[in-house]
Design a protein around this ligand. Structure first.
Ligand code: GDP
Ligand code: IMO
Ligand code: MG
Length: 437
């Protein structure tokens, strides 16, 4: 399979778990660098190579290809314990990471108090639906990054003065936990410092100024694949706020998080499932509460990679994905999990919303308005054939091609790849795929 060499972004167009990991792994064979630039260990990206299944949270999905340099850029929030465990598990599986993984000095550190705050925020019952976070401390860490006064970056772990910083932050955090938590955990600043120092020393060989590294790579004409985490509907600025994550997970986040200016980005591939899923709270207009939703969950094995939670399942929402495709500036879409729909007699696509009696094709900005959206559906016949072993577009049944083309037309975007199973091999390059320099 041939791919265009370029500065390419892989962006989830729904609420995450669109199978970005699979596409990053597949495309990384033709790239020199893979850069993760936002989110943290809330992400769970699965790569399947034959019998080997890798579940990656912080390490970029380019790690499976031995020639790729994997970069964790400043916009990512890193829990040192989590990344050390992830590194260890890959080494135990026989992978040589020597010279293939680097992380930014500027990346913020997810500390023990962030995880406690995340748990606390989710446990406080008020009249608002819970966000249903992954409890990885992501929101509290980004909150401190924006707040600036009580934040730690990776560079702080390997420099003098860490103990004083931790002591000051712990004093502040303990007050908050004591005031809000029914059973406040006791933060031991000395123990936390000792742990962070130890983790910093272990990570030190991998910590670098990735801004210069990546900009030098660009100057040398190397090709970069940017690996988005989460999905554009979870974007902090442009998603279904407040039921979002705390970073810019749509295409607009690539430059800010990676430190690579827009000038060097020449292709964006949006990743979308052939249906929709969502984990956690928040509006989901096409959600299926019936048996079909359960059929999709069972066949698609729709249970969270990070938390194991059952994912909410529903029909493909072309209103939402058209919005996120435009927002992310996608050149093409990779349509994933087509095989999961193969047993269905008929399949629906949401083409518009009816909100308070009015039909709209635009995604509303307000969450409460989105909750009132009734999907307007186009119903298509199913194909009722196992497509998971098909290798070429021409082999796909007519009704599957019709489904793909209908989505393409609704999104006004070409479909470049169709995925018919988790393995690298189960990927079909579409006919007339766009050629983008
Ligand atoms: P990510 O977070 O976007 O990387 O996606 P996840 O890894 O959380 O979830 C995608 C799941 O779907 C993983 O278990 C993949 O192995 C699996 N997968 C990827 N592509 C396909 C496909 O085309 N068909 C099926 N049935 N499973 C797929
Ligand atoms: P990948 O990269 C799916 C969701 C959580 C929750 C909301 C906020 O695997 O696609 P957070 O812990 O980020 O504060 O949770 O965002 N969420 C994801 N859902 N896939 C993900 O990542 C997600 N990362 C966060 O379920 O609703
Ligand atoms: Mg995932």
């Amino acid at each position: 399979m041939e791919f265009t060499l370029s500065g390419t972004c892989i962006i989830g167009l729904q609420w995450g778990d669109e199978a970005k990991g699979k596409m990053v792994d597949l495309l990384s064979q033709n790239h020199d660098l893979v850069v993760r630039y936002q989110g943290g260990a809330n992400a769970g990206h699965t790569v399947v190579v034959g019998d080997d299944v890798y579940k990656l949270h912080l390490i970029p999905s380019g790690i499976i290809h031995p020639t790729v340099l994997n970069v964790i850029a400043p916009g990512v929030v890193i829990n040192p314990a989590t990344i050390l465990a992830e590194i260890q598990s890959l080494i135990e599986r026989g992978m040589n990471l020597e010279g293939r993984l680097v992380m930014s000095q500027r990346a913020h550190v997810v500390c023990p108090w962030h995880v406690e705050e995340d748990k606390l925020d989710e446990s406080l019952q008020d009249d608002q639906e819970n966000i249903g976070t992954t409890l990885r401390g992501i929101g509290p860490c980004y909150r401190d990054k924006v707040g600036r006064k009580y934040a730690l970056r990776l560079i702080d772990l390997i420099q003098d003065g860490l103990a004083d910083k931790v002591e000051r932050i712990v004093a502040y955090k303990q007050k908050i936990l004591n005031a809000l938590s029914p059973s406040p955990p006791a933060l031991d600043s000395q123990a936390i410092t000792a742990e962070l120092v130890e983790q910093g020393q272990q990570l030190k060989p991998l910590i670098a100024d990735t801004n210069h590294l990546v900009l030098d790579a660009v100057a040398q004409g190397k090709s970069i694949l940017f690996e988005g985490a989460q999905g554009a509907l979870l974007d902090i600025d442009h998603g279904t706020f407040p039921y979002v994550t705390s970073s810019n997970s749509s295409g607009v986040g690539v430059c800010a998080g990676s430190g690579v200016p827009p000038r060097w980005i020449n292709k964006v591939i949006g990743i979308a499932k052939a249906y929709s899923t969502r984990v956690g709270g928040g509006p989901f207009p096409t959600e299926l509460h019936c048996e079909t939703g359960q059929v999709i969950r069972d066949i698609g094995k729709e249970y969270g990679t990070t938390t194991g939670r059952p994912r909410r399942c529903g029909w493909f929402d072309a209103v939402a994905v058209r919005y996120t495709s435009r927002l992310s500036g996608v050149n093409s879409v990779s349509l994933m999990m087509l095989d999961v729909l193969s047993e269905l007699d008929e399949i629906k696509i949401c083409t518009a919303y009816k909100i308070d009696g009015e039909i709209t094709e635009n995604m509303p900005a307000d969450t409460e308005t989105l909750r009132r959206a009734e999907p307007v559906y186009q119903t298509l016949p199913g194909w009722k054939v196992d497509v998971s072993q098909m290798e070429h577009f021409d082999e796909l049944p007519e009704n599957a091609v019709n489904y793909i083309n209908t989505i393409s037309e609704l999104l006004k975007t070409p479909i470049e790849f169709v995925s018919v199973g988790p393995d690298r091999q189960q990927t079909i390059k579409c006919k007339n795929a766009p050629v983008v320099a």
